[in-house]
Write a protein that binds this ligand. Sequence first.
Ligand code: AGP
Length: 612
Amino acid sequence: MCGIVGFVGESHAKEKIIDGLKRLEYRGYDSAGIALPINGKIEIRKHVGEIANLEKIIGEPEYDAPVGIGHTRWATHGAPSDVNAHPHGNQDNSIAIVHNGIIENYQEIREWLIREFGVEFKSETHTEVIAHLIGIYYDGDLLQAVNKAVEEMRGAYAIAAIAADEPDKIVAVRKDAPLVAGIGKGFNFIASDIPALLKYVREVYLIENNETVVLTKDKITIYNDKGETVKRDVFHVSWDADAAEKEGYEHFMIKEIHEQPKGIGETLLRRLKDEGGIETVNLDGISMTKEDIEGYDKVYIVACGTAYHAGLIGKMAIEKMAKIPVDVDVASAFRYRDPFVNEKTLFIAISQSGETLDTLAALREAKSKGARILSVVNVVGSSVARESDDVFYTWAGPEIAVASTKAYTTQLICMYLIALYMGRTKGTITDEYYTFIMNELKALPEKVEAILAQEDKIAALAAKFHHKEHIFFIGRGLDSCVSYEGSLKLKEISYIHSFAIAAGELKHGTIALMDPDSLVVALATQDFLYEKMVSNIVEVQARGARIIGLAKEGKTEIEKVSDEVFYIPQCADEVTPVLSVVPLQLFAYYVAKERGCNIDKPKNLAKSVTVE
Ligand code: AGP
């Protein structure tokens, strides 16, 4: 998920584009660039890192023009670097483009361009093929060249292009990636999203799928995929810029909670390949042969905070499906306990940011002892990714809120995929079981949507219980792992003292804390542990605690022992964590909201902890 901006006007495109990119930084922030047609040529300037770095190399007033395009990047293919940053030009930079999305068949196109036209690629990105394609089709008509180029491409894209020979226009096109055109007086904008242009315009055209747009300073023309001009109603934007970045949500956290169905779908479906009618898991080309997997006598999963909680689920999945012993460790402890690691160890690091120092240091420790390093990371090209033998990306998109939500659920999906891949390759799971779990995973985005549709129920529970000062989370099996995550979410944004514990452990001490002031959130989603869980709830209810039960639809026994019950859709026990965590994320969010906390930037915390 990147951000693109284009401006056509009388002058000074540079400042408008930079403003717009800053407003889109929530879409990606690992590199940025701009392209301006100046004196018959296109000058591209780009730099790794945040937009401030780019501003340092475009300061001179001569570097400006009435027209330009810009980009802020969220890397998917090709690590963050100056050369991989957008805009990308064709061979002689007579064409420049910016792109948000993924060109699925870029490899094919790349090989064809090299073979047929001797094109020399500068970057590792999939995007660069677009610039070269438009370049070879260009004969003075940018619209035509863009239309020809998109015929060759498969995937998702929002593209804006300029040509040195037509310095007064921008041509843009979209397919499965957002694009809006901003209507000015004597100037016009194109952008990935409304925040980019709100400082200058309030009237926009929402560009539909497979539409192409030609912008000049006085005109915006929209064409459908048959090349016919399209009349489009003007959409008046009443939001303020800040709200727009959150796409109308009040906080990034709730926006990101709602982005989970998409993240889960992206993280899962991109890895499924149809091989001769059989669906297989492709770990992004990570080769792990049967011999490799049988050669591991130990898997370590090491991470911090929410990522560590995802590792707890990973342990259950890998042990169940691949029959290899798994140890999960918090990174800050792992490296100081001289862990037993050698070349027969598979070390899995999990990190959203890929920059958490404890996790990085643990990774280096394991590497120094000969382990194979596989990391599950959200930020492409981050340190953990770069220092790993293999990296398996979560496709959550940028996560801005400090409290991690969509990264957690997409990390779980990666854990299941790794476990399924290892189990199938090793032959420790049957095809039936493989297909069963795969179908359960594929049904998750819709089931998460169904939970999000009941958000008000959770908001009502938060309104009822937000004054509680001691909130406990209990569960058995996978539920106990999810209860740790539920408790962490609540602690970090509402500052309520909260504690999570395996329900079977209560009677060994913690139950002493239970009294009528206590609130217990009891997860009972594991069918084979349901009765045991209900009796644990009875134990805490007997001490006067208030109970919010969480169970699968139809499992209503729990209503008899709980004050409130929230139901998640029916699903296999193995995959419940992806569903059961969502009401806990929402509960934490609404409790923090009731208490007036700074939800996106909670006190004392940072999104990426780069210190020990
Ligand atoms: C979770 O909401 C917190 N932001 C924190 O616990 C986080 O999970 C931890 O710092 C690990 O971060 P990482 O995934 O970026 O490595």
